[in-house]
Write a protein that binds this ligand. Sequence first.
Ligand code: ADP
Ligand code: MG
Length: 564
Amino acid sequence: MAMVGSSIEQQPQIILLKEGTDTSQGKAHVVSNINACTAVADAVRTTLGPRGMDKLIHDDKGNTTISNDGATIMKLLDIVHPAAKILVDIAKSQDSEVGDGTTTVMLLAGEFLKFEKIFIEDGVHPQNLIRSYRTACYLAIEKIKEIAVSIEGKSMEEKKSLLAKCAATTLSSKLIGGEKEFFASMVVDAVMAIGDDDRLNLIGIKKVPGGNMRDSFLVNGVAFKKTFSYAGFEQQPKKFLNPKILLLNIELELKSEKENAEIRLSDPMQYQSIVDAEWNIIYDKLDKCVKSGAKIVLSRLPIGDLGTQYFADRDVFCAGRVAEEDLRRVAAATGGTVQTSVNNFVDEVLGSCEVFEEKQVGNERFNIFSGCPSGQTATIVLRGGADQFIEEAERSLHDAIMIVRRALKNSTVVPGGGAIDMEISRFLRTHARSIAGKSQLFINSYAKALEIIPRQLCDNAGFDATDVLNKLRQKHALGTGANYGVDINTGGVADSYTNFVWEPAVVKINAINAATEAACLVLSVDETVKNPKSESAQGEAAASAMAGHGGAAFRGRGGRGMRR
Ligand code: ADP
Ligand code: MG
């Protein structure tokens, strides 16, 4: 922006930034950023908790998504406001770090900012606020660690039922919440099946539209949709006990037909020899596959009709064009390794499983490998009505799987339903009283902001939030009701532990940490400069205009700040 000096004294013009550069700064700018962030938090507010609503998002290509998951909604909303993007990022990071609590983290950040805004408008310096909020965050997390109950050292059965409770709490806020026990135990079994392995992709989720949710089932092994098959396939056996499995990355098809190769011959008699050579090569490959002793041949590349028929004649099952991910999971489960040449079909590279079967699931046929020796895979086959429904179910299961894995790893849980939030809130309030100075106010506001979780749970369920919160405050103040949270069934308060509303401690710790960080980050920005060349410039302008009090309001005034 070209800066013009005061006209009376005729100061020389100082041009710092390029023509068209836009800046906005100062207190009003911080406030406008906060407003944008709270607008984003408001967008997901109603999705929190078991009675939360879902969002339907559709784009111009006609894709519709119904979701309750904060991170998914944020991804689809495509937020462009530079400060509000911070909130989107914390939701995403919560999603990848712990898998659940994405709405929680955004609500907390939004609420922290809302309280901070009051102070900023009153002229408090952001750095003072930031320091107090960081302290409060540290104290809160220490407190959570103190309250958290360990599930270590319990028997396998006990552990399983504890984990199922955590999964059920996660699922209760989702579309499939009605069947949470059914899916919770399925998720726990799946996670237990893959053991300590960290690779999430060892749990496959396959979606088959149609049927009832309850028709969903868990395969202790791998399952994938039957691949495209050629003539001859019908004659292959569809069930084996203890078969050997050969995994290939080799094409078993006649090449010349499709490669469009050019061969020049001087003598027509030679033509036959070339054709023969081609056939010999493929017959040799097929022969080696069969001789390896494998009863099942899977390949990532096509297996043509010649191969299919050849295998059918020898009672071998084959499938070509298996998706890479599926093939990798079959390899991990059955102990085989994927071969890229036909010259090393020794016993060690073959996999095995107890039962292989091709089975009808709804309208689809599935290849199912169960009882796999390394046991390190599990597949959940999901059934249900509409596509959007199944997709949301898959996302929900993903949350639950992550939660069970986290709980298993960190093995501490805290009471949910707002109980833990109320308890930290009480603790911080008590602590604040021991502080002299302004920090007392700030920590108090942090404590008050934490109440948003139980408050929103009530609001979303249609309860009288003020009434329930008063009851909760009283319970927690007494010191004996530390586990009391919102009772979503009656609209009163109840002990979340005995109600089995449990969450892994790490979800709360991560959420509080990330939300505080985001709130502090937004505060610490006091100037935004928009480079006219940057690509996102247009979007940003639109966003700040949308936020209402955004930078657009300042642009008219011009000439601020750069005068020296
Ligand atoms: P997030 O994306 O943050 O996980 P959810 O919509 O899953 O948001 O809601 C999680 C909140 O709902 C947590 O605070 C959790 O304690 C609470 N909650 C879950 N199940 C229940 C229940 N049965 N009763 C009360 N609160 C519950
Ligand atoms: Mg959740």
